[in-house]
Design a protein around this ligand. Structure first.
Ligand code: NDP
Ligand code: 2IT
Length: 444
């Protein structure tokens, strides 16, 4: 049995109840097979793959918090510190009822390769809780965040592990988490990113994942003789990533016509009104029915459906496995020429294969959504030197990082005879950097 197959069999056996984690590991190991096969003895002798797939540690803790009526609730909190071969653990916190260890292991594992692709010195980690911020008051969210950090503070730090936002964790939550860390430790340090601009946050971090996704897309399209200008785009999600993807797509001359949340989706033939979307989602924290109420020409539908709309390019920006094989077939039939992942692993393995086999450009989240964590690393740099860079400077760096990632994954795919397979390109380029660092640091 080949080394890759052996490790895959063991991972499947040991983690049978974590399907998202198995999906992420399968995708990565299958696509680095060519590199592993060429170095089989060297890698096997130091158990490189076994060490890569096993997190350095997983911290799990109880999070008790009190609601506004005085009732006490208990949530589970986690931090998966996956791999720090190239820098301190770095990755977001997700607050969503679907969170369990398997989701955070998949996200932490993906983060290792994503962070390597940014070229910045950050390792991979992820954390979160099964807490659901929807419908909670600001005071409830604050008490939950304070309780969460009361445990987490022991394990994080500016040179140890630096969390940030993800689903359900934005500027409000990061502020509460930072306040509690500061209170407990009396230390004022950059141990979280995505902070407010008045207390160490970086300009452009809020916009970075969505903007970065579009910079990345621009470059991939350029490499393939296509362009965004005039293109109709389908976007899913209506959160941080989706909103700023829509904003940048418009700035680059494209026309995004959809967005969605967990209740339903919008088709706005005139193009999404991004100011209205921000008002509904960022200010009022309301449902998309409020968007429809203010836009008579727009359609609102319950459930799932953004991939049924005719578009040139698709940007899944909500959650994992939201774009299935059937969706991929519909997109292709409707003339879609490219799918660029804003979310982490939003496309199923079958859908990815279908798109790749049918000439649809496809880039994986670990490459195309890396702008968020890259800008987080820029926030860490600013915190370390106690300086604040201008929006232009951060945006310019973000742009160059995203163009660079597109070129890197394209070249890596070509080098191994898989031209245009950006999944393989991203996994190989990320793996090569992490593997080299792990090999140099001995067995640990
Ligand atoms: P937000 O919480 O800001 O927004 C998430 C959006 O997706 C909301 O519109 C939400 O709808 C919808 N959504 C979430 N879960 C589901 C679900 N199970 N079914 C249907 N819709 C869902 O999160 P982000 O925008 O920050 O994150 C979106 C994706 O991007 C995630 O995969 C995340 O891991 C990834 N990502 C985020 C980065 C960041 O910097 N924030 C960086 C890189 C990747 P509702 O409000 O109704 O739940
Ligand atoms: O998935 C991701 O890359 C993020 N949620 C951002 C992580 C970060 O540390 O900024």
């Amino acid at each position: 049995m080949s080394y890759v197959d052996e490790v895959l069999a063991s991972v499947n056996q040991k983690n049978a109840h974590e399907p998202e984690f198995l999906q992420a590991v399968t995708e990565v190991l299958e696509s680095i097979r060519v590199v592993v096969d060429a170095n089989e003895e060297k890698f096997r002798s130091v158990a490189l793959l076994e060490r890569l797939v096993e997190p350095d540690r997983i911290i799990t803790f109880r999070v008790p918090w009190t609601d506004d009526k005085g009732k006490v609730h208990v949530q589970r909190g986690y931090r998966v510190q996956y791999n720090n071969a190239i820098g301190p653990y770095k990755g977001g916190l997700r607050f969503h009822p679907s969170v369990y260890q398997g989701i955070l292991k998949f996200l932490g594992f993906e983060q290792i390769f994503k962070n390597a692709l940014t070229t910045l010195p950050i390792g991979g980690g992820k954390g979160g809780s099964d807490f659901d911020p929807h419908g909670k008051s600001d005071a409830e969210v604050m008490r939950f965040c304070q309780a969460f950090m009361t445990e987490l503070y022991k394990y994080v730090g500016a040179d140890i592990d630096v969390p940030a936002g993800d689903i359900g964790v934005g500027g409000r939550e990061v502020g509460f988490l930072f306040g509690q860390y500061k209170r407990i430790t009396t230390s004022y340090e950059g141990m979280l990113t995505g902070k407010g601009l008045t207390f160490g946050g970086s300009l452009i971090r809020t916009q970075a994942t969505g903007y970065g996704l579009l910079y990345h897309t621009e470059e991939i399209l350029k490499l393939n003789g296509q362009k965004l200008d005039g293109a109709v785009c389908a976007v899913s999600g209506a959160g941080n990533v989706a909103i700023y993807a829509i904003e940048k797509a418009q700035q680059l001359g494209a026309k995004p016509v959809t967005c969605s949340d967990s209740s339903g989706w919008i088709y706005d033939p005139d193009g999404i009104d991004v100011a209205l979307l921000k008002e509904v989602k960022e200010v009022k924290r309301a449902r998309l029915t409020e968007y429809k109420a203010a836009r008579p020409n727009a359609e609102y539908h319950e459930g799932k459906g953004v991939w049924s709309v005719k578009c040139d390019y698709a940007f899944p920006c909500a959650t994992q496995n939201e774009l299935t094989l059937d969706d991929a077939k519909t997109l292709k039939a409707n003339g879609c020429k490219g799918v660029f992942e804003g979310a982490n692993m939003p496309t199923t393995l079958e859908a990815t294969k279908f798109l790749q086999d049918n000439g649809v450009l496809f880039t994986p989240g670990k490459a195309s959504n890396a702008g968020g964590v890259a800008t987080s690393a820029l926030e860490m740099s600013q915190n370390s030197e106690r300086l604040h860079w201008s929006a232009e400077e951060v945006d310019e760096r973000l742009k160059n990082i995203m163009y660079g990632i597109a070129d890197t994954i394209s070249e890596a795919a070509e080098k191994y005879g898989m031209k245009g397979n950006y999944v393989a390109g991203a996994n190989i380029a990320g793996f090569e950097k992490v593997a080299e660092a792990m090999l140099a640091q001995g067995v640990y």
